[in-house]
Design a protein around this ligand. Structure first.
Ligand code: HOZ
Length: 427
């Protein structure tokens, strides 16, 4: 595979952009080599600067559940673009997207638009603290909620990939009220509540984790989180930035039948443009400024182009409901990869929920951060490079989710399984 132009362009970027990337998750530090420079996307394919065509399982890290350049989404953006790009004043589009979200997501009675998942989680935590008058927040090791100061504690995603689960530059005071618990350990959470129940403003979690690789909640875990929060008067926040509109139209909360108090959204809700949102119970959301005293703002929040992209994406998802097909297609893909890993005799686990999955090079079922971080990352790096050479573009870390889109074809899935068979048998 020729990577000459990508290499030259990345060298140029590296001179003036830290690490050559605008988000560390894109860097190839954990797998070796340089990132490919992408020129265009088309349905489930990416094309890089050297003209290589790649089957894409990153999907811009989640937003592209409909694939790249879905015609309805592009047309909606172009249509709105003709009227201007930003007004700093309300538009009908904001209400339309808010209505779609409120109709879809069980916990959301009111919603506020922001520009990223990080902004959504940061704002939800502030709101939970303002609402309860308490300071402590519980997060789970390996969950990642964006680069929010108070939540960069035992964080997943790029922080785990690059070995910086907490970051310099965050004053101790910012994390002194962050309590870390083990995902899937309801007893541990109960013990934390016994000890600190009166201080805990919120419990925040990815209901299906995507940021230490995919890790599913064990039976009863989400329900236990719900019950403990209710009993102790804490706000339960589901971070559905990744799972919202991905696992089902109503997200993980609809799939698992557990309703949080607040939900954070991002990725799909912007259909590939920068959008985040947080919403939930009306009595909590009414504490947000200007109705209530909890301040949160943004010049470009509710941006018309981003709203149009989100509306078009959710409308297609609502009308076409691709979830059963995505589930079946991803199930087939994961079964094929699993059979290939079995045949190669490699210790492995696969974890999947709907159209997100991870192949862990790990002999143990991955239920939490401790187990996930024992995965064989060197073997993952070889797998990643072998797949890339065969035209399959995977997330460049063992600790990320792979995403299948409605634009993937059966033929592309078969090509991916064939590539996995070759690569895994060579490791
Ligand atoms: N939340 C994204 C996947 N873990 C990360 C994307 C990024 O940090 O660039």
């Amino acid at each position: 595979m020729n990577r000459e132009k990508s290499r030259a362009e990345f060298a140029r970027a590296s001179r003036i952009i830290p690490g050559g990337v605008n988000s560390p998750a894109r860097a190839f530090g954990a797998v070796g080599g340089d990132p490919l420079i992408i020129e265009r996307g088309d349905a489930a394919l990416l094309t890089d600067l050297d003209g290589n065509e790649l089957i894409d399982y990153v999907g811009s890290w989640g937003p592209h559940i409909l694939g790249h350049r879905r015609p309805e989404v592009i047309a909606a953006i172009q249509d709105v673009l003709a009227g201007g790009t930003s007004f700093g004043a309300p538009t009908q589009l904001e209400t339309q997207l808010a209505e779609l979200i409120v109709d879809a997501v069980p916990s959301v009675e009111k919603v506020r638009m922001v520009n990223s998942g990080t902004e959504a989680t940061m704002s939800a935590v502030r709101l939970a603290r303002g609402f309860t008058g308490r300071d402590a927040v519980v997060k789970f090791a390996g969950c990642y909620h964006g680069h929010v100061d108070s939540l960069l504690v035992q964080a997943g995603s790029g922080a785990l990939t690059h070995g910086v689960p907490s970051s310099p530059g965050i004053p101790a005071g910012c994390t002194s009220d962050t309590l870390s618990a083990e995902f899937n350990d309801a007893e541990g959470l109960a013990a934390l509540f016994e000890e600190r129940g009166d201080d805990i403003a919120a419990v925040i979690l990815e209901p299906v984790v995507g940021n230490m690789g995919v890790v599913l909640p064990q039976d009863g875990f989400l329900k236990a989180c719900r019950e403990l929060c209710t009993r102790h008067g804490a706000v339960l926040i589901f971070d559905e930035v990744m799972t919202g509109f991905r696992l089902s139209y109503g997200g993980a909360q609809e799939l698992f039948g557990v309703t949080p108090d607040l939900t954070t959204l991002g990725k799909i809700v912007g259909g590939g443009l920068p959008v985040g949102a947080y919403g939930g119970r009306a009595d909590i959301m009414d504490k947000v400024s200007p109705v209530g005293p909890v301040y949160q703002a943004g010049t470009l929040s509710g941006n018309p182009l981003a709203m149009a992209s989100g509306i078009a994406t959710l409308t297609v998802l609502k009308n076409e409901s691709p979830y059963t097909r995505l589930d079946e297609m991803t199930g087939g893909l994961v079964a094929g990869i699993e059979a290939a890993a079995d045949h190669a005799g490699l210790p492995h686990q696969t974890a999947r929920c709907g159209s997100m999955f991870t192949l862990f090079f790990n002999p143990e079922p991955v239920t939490n951060y401790g187990v996930a971080s024992q995965s064989d990352t060197e073997r993952f790096a070889k797998y990643f490079q072998g797949m890339l050479e065969r035209g399959v573009y995977l997330p460049c870390s063992q600790f990320e989710a792979n995403f299948v889109s409605a634009a993937h074809t059966e033929e592309q899935i078969s090509q991916t399984v064939a590539a996995a068979r070759e690569v895994l048998s060579s490791l």
